[in-house]
Each structure stands twice: as C-alpha cells, then as structure tokens.
Design a protein around this ligand. Sequence first.
Ligand SMILES: [Zn+2]
Length: 407
Amino acid sequence: MLVVRNIAEICTGRVGPIPLNDELPITRLRNSAIGIEGDTIAWIQGDDPANWSDNARVIDANGGCVIPGLIDCHTHTVFAGTREDEYVQRAQGLSYAEIARRGGGIKNSVDAVRECSVDQLVEQALPRLQRMLALGVTTVEIKSGYGLTVEDEFKMLRAVKRLNELQPIELIGTYLAAHTTPREFEGNPDGFLDLVLDANVLDQIREEGLAEFADVFCETTAFNVEQSRRFLTTCADAGLTPRVHADQITQIGASKLAAEVGATSADHLERIDDESINAMRDAETVAVLLPACSFYLGVEQAPARRIIDAGLPVAIATDFNPGSSVVESLPLTMSIACSQMGMTPAQTLIATTANAAAVLKRENKVGAIKEGMQADLTILEVPTIEQMCYFAGRNCTKTVIKKGHVV
Ligand SMILES: [Zn+2]
C-alpha cells in the first residue's frame, strides 16, 4: 500500500463531463490522506497513521495540494523539426494564413515528418513527454496529420504507440489524416480523402490498435463540412470516435457537424455562434478550448464565458504543435485560460481533468480522485490550485504518481 499524507487540500471534480456554470461541483478535502492499492485509489480518509498499516509506504505531501493527474486531450506532440523562422515572421507582422500561403505552416512540418523514420520521430518526441510528465501531466492525446500519405500517417501513429511503451504517460492516438490537403492533391481534396479513407487503411489502423479517434480540420482553408462529414462518418463506421478542429478561423458550421456526427468534442471554437453552442450542448459534445494557441498566435480567444454560461462542459488543452502553439505546459495553459478567458483556477482544473477525460472516453478511469479510480495523482508544492494558476509559468509540481507508481 502507498499512502499520500500531510495534504493541504485534495482538489478534484466528480466524474466528467461537468458543466462549469453555477455552483462548481468541486471537492476540497482538508486533513485527508489517500491510500493506493496497486494501480487504484483504495480509500480517502483522515490523515491519521491509525488508518494505515505500519508497512505502508508513505509519501509526505508536505502541505501541498493534490490534484488528479492532468490530462492534455488535444496535442500534436509527434512532429519533426522546428519552425522558429515563422515565429519571427509573425512577430514582424505576417499572419498565420499568409505564412501558409507562402508555403510555410503545416506543409513545412509535413516535409520534415516524411523524411523521418519511426525511430527518429520517437527520439524527438520522448523528451517533450518527459517534460510534460514533470509538469504533472499523466494522460496525453496525440494526433497524426503531418504525414498525409497512408504510410507516413501510419508512421506517426506507430511512433505514438511506441512512445506509449517507453514512458509513463498514457498516450491515445488520433487519426488526423484530414489535417490539410497535401501538395500532391492540390485542388483535389476529395481524391485525397479517397486515399486515406480506403477500407484497408482503416482496417489496418484497427488491427494494429493505432488510434481510437478520428479528427478533421473543418475550415475554409482545409476541408469543408461535406468532406469533413464524409471523413468522420467513414472513420466512425470503422470504430474511430469523431472529433473536429472547428470554428477556429471562420464559422462554416464545423461545431454543428461535430454535434451531428456524435463527436466527443469540437475543438478551438474561437468563432463559435450561439446556435452551435446549443447544438453541442444537446448532443453532449464537449467544447475543447485551446487558449495557448490564441496566446501564441496573438489572436482573440474563444468565448469561454459564453460557452460556460450556456451550460456546455468545457475542457482545456495545450494544442502543442510546432507552428501555432509551441506550448508544452498544460499548467501554463490553465493560467492563460484564467488571465485571458475569464475562467477560474477551479474551472480550469475540471477542464483539464474530469472533462478532458470525458473527451477521451476515460472518465470512469481517470480525471477524478475517488475510490476505485486509477491512481493518477499530481502532488503540488503549493497548497491550492489557485496558487498553481497564479504562479503562471512556474512548475509547481512536486511528485507525480501514475497508475500507483511514483514516476
Ligand atoms: Zn490542433
């Protein structure tokens, strides 16, 4: 048995998805200890040594706050190379769209990934995941989408699968072949979709267990609603749960499509309208907001308050990628959500634990501190979640426990 004691406060929501409006359903337990048996939370009771046996291994939280292991439910962590030249161009006034028109952007990363082997992709991504773990993150979703040939998309997903075996964070693969139309199919997005939706390709993904989700960039510059619907429904028939990059630059009905096809989430939503918010709420589609992306690009944030007030559950993720959000830190992203979107630290905690778990269909396993849940815990060196967000950019994580092991 492993016991975590001397905790200032255990801070957790209940099992997600949880709307963040009105009285926030957050539990703050003081003077408690957590008992862990194997990979599971066995009990939460008073911080009294009489409650556990002498041979239990005890971790002293030293008056820190304990939160569920953080969940980054939207990332592009497997990529090759860097794009700091574009970062400088943006600082000099060029827009993300203009850089893409000049041949930069996603296509730059596609060229770099195509030149790499699985081993090289793994080698580059591993230190990123180690840094995420050190920040208290214990579950991460990773998308393909920089390969854009069948073989190169497989290569990215196989890298995710390999990485899952090499380090403690649980990784979940998402098939994002419909990220953009590659050069070879310029002007023929439907032809490209024929290729990546081939039945043999989807069978192979299932057989190798390479992905659980399918994602599409539904946008005027990428795939329209009709093409996106075709991609998602075909993938859904093959067992991949839909998600959508929606309403980021323009409003073309992408988040409504997410609701229509039963996606677990629509992500970005900087341009969401009220009709789409209502459609998502009725369909129980979670709104995934990516405040680090808008921060990094220097553009307007998604209307978090309006979405929350409508009663739609919100999750937050880094969108970590080599172009528009080179931000690995989920805690920093939570601080950005507080400072720039008007969310409270407690709301951002639920958005990165219980609600993020629901997006990844793991809400009954991770994302809350409760008896019977998997023992994924982050022990902070500060006494409250409020202090963690307040210290923006500082790593307040002291100890990380994944599946009952101190990692
Ligand atoms: Zn993204």
